[in-house]
Design a protein around this ligand. Structure first.
Ligand code: THU
Length: 158
């Protein structure tokens, strides 16, 4: 028996420390929280995806009375982006969330299903998707979504 230790490097930035391109992406994710349809959870999530063609695609969570039919902000953005620009690579993804009119203090983190969905595009393009998780107290930056999915399932793996 031996131990296998998997570590994830997370860079923690203050918003003011981000470069302009990243501030724009985070600002878009924050703005997208206002487009969220979340009458049930009242947790308003916004996502912004920077593509290799320079476009920024936004998404927000869309809830449904039949709860499992709802969709998270990240997947809304990813599926829209890959439908509209199938040849573009995903470069960066920012996420923010608002509850009771305030952005969360702690960075909001994608659910497992969203991590798996983002991984699909990361693997497809063989290009890392840099992730920005916004919180009022700091922004977590992870260099690729695979880092958020240790031992991830990837059908292209040998
Ligand atoms: N949600 C997202 O949109 N993204 C996440 O990363 C976590 C959760 C949504 C799903 C649901 O509409 C609400 O937030 C509460 O879970």
């Amino acid at each position: 028996m031996k131990d296998l230790n998997i570590t994830t490097n997370i860079q923690v930035y203050q918003y003011s420390e981000l470069v302009e391109e990243d501030k724009i992406l985070v600002d878009k994710a924050k703005a997208m929280t206002d487009k969220s349809y979340a009458p049930y959870s009242k947790f308003h999530v916004g996502a912004a995806l920077l593509l290799s063609n320079g476009k920024i695609v936004g998404g927000s969570n869309q809830e449904n009375a039949a709860f499992p039919s709802s969709l998270c902000a990240e997947r809304t953005a990813c599926y829209y982006a890959h439908s509209k620009y199938p040849d573009a690579t995903f470069v960066k993804l920012a996420i923010a969330a608002k509850f009771e009119g305030k952005f969360t203090k702690n960075p909001v983190s994608p659910c497992g299903a969203c991590r798996q969905s983002i991984l699909e595009y990361e693997t497809l393009a063989k290009h890392p998707v840099k992730i920005y998780l916004y919180g009022e107290d700091g922004v977590y930056v992870v260099s690729k979504v695979a880092d958020l999915l240790p031992l991830c399932f990837d059908s292209f793996q040998e």
